[in-house]
Design a protein around this ligand. Structure first.
Ligand code: ADP
Length: 246
């Protein structure tokens, strides 16, 4: 479903991604871990082109784009790739002046050009799925952080993306609200959604990930099953990171 080859990203003179290769099979969950500043978020943002890679090849589903050395995808190609992904952000970027329902309808109407009726039907289905069917008419400020983040997940799913991307979806939440969001993510994984998740939740990684990659200074230094990466890392750098967060 996803193939990344030799992906590089620089901000000015700072090279943040230094050649990342990665594959995610359909229906699998990839968890990305690593120290702060190692490039995890930048990698995720490159996947839906919120950041434009400096160099490399990026393929999601049947859309493949190449970057670097004069290669620049056309806007229509960028849009095609972006439509393959739904992103859940660290802080829930819901539209504050719209209800939960309207937030989940918005992209369906604006991007997919669905009728309002159809968008409303799908939005209600998705809000039920994340356990918020009874909160459809609430505004974001009337919802807890965990509920807002679940609306964020429903919104990301509303465009029927092939891949769901999660950028530290629980790190802005109060500890007691983390569980309800992870529960929804676990259900999505069980249903066979293809997911890429940047997180510090090692228990989630151990339980839900099919593969874990550990990034450090812009490269992947460990890649394997959760047990391999979390319990039997091969490098000193990986061991030292895992010891620090244990
Ligand atoms: P992580 O998610 O692993 O904490 P990030 O991908 O957020 O790492 O950041 C990696 C590096 O890239 C950091 O040094 C950060 O300051 C830098 N960086 C990220 N985004 C930008 C940006 N838009 N402009 C300049 N530097 C950035």
């Amino acid at each position: 479903m996803i193939r990344i080859q030799n992906l590089h990203k620089s901000f000015g003179t700072q090279e943040v991604l230094k050649g990342v290769d990665l594959e995610v099979q359909q229906g699998k969950v990839l968890v990305i871990i690593g120290p702060s500043g190692s490039g995890k978020t930048t990698l995720l943002r490159c996947l839906n082109l919120l950041e434009t890679p400096t160099k490399g090849v990026l393929r999601i589903s049947d859309v493949q784009l190449e970057f670097g050395e004069g290669r620049k995808p056309k806007p229509s190609e960028v849009l095609a790739l972006r439509k393959k992904t739904g992103m859940v952000f660290q802080a829930y970027y819901l539209f504050p002046h719209m209800t939960a329902l309207q937030n989940v309808m918005e992209a369906q109407v604006q991007v997919l050009k669905k009728s309002k009726e159809e968008a409303r039907r799908v939005a209600l289905e998705l809000l039920n799925k994340v356990g918020l069917g009874d909160r459809a008419d609430f505004y974001p400020h009337q919802l807890s952080g965990g509920q807002q983040q679940r609306v964020g997940i429903a919104r990301a799913m509303a465009v029927s993306p092939d891949v769901l991307l999660f950028d530290e979806p629980t790190s802005a939440l109060d500890p007691e609200l983390v569980g309800e969001v992870l529960k929804v993510m676990k259900e999505l994984a069980r249903e066979g959604r293809t997911m890429v998740v940047v997180t510090h939740e090692m228990k989630f990684a151990a339980e839900v990930a099919d593969r874990v990659v550990l990034m450090d200074e812009g490269i992947i230094i460990e890649s394997g099953t959760p047990d391999q990466v979390l319990n039997h890392p091969s490098s000193d750098r990986a061991r030292s990171f895992l010891n620090r967060i244990a």
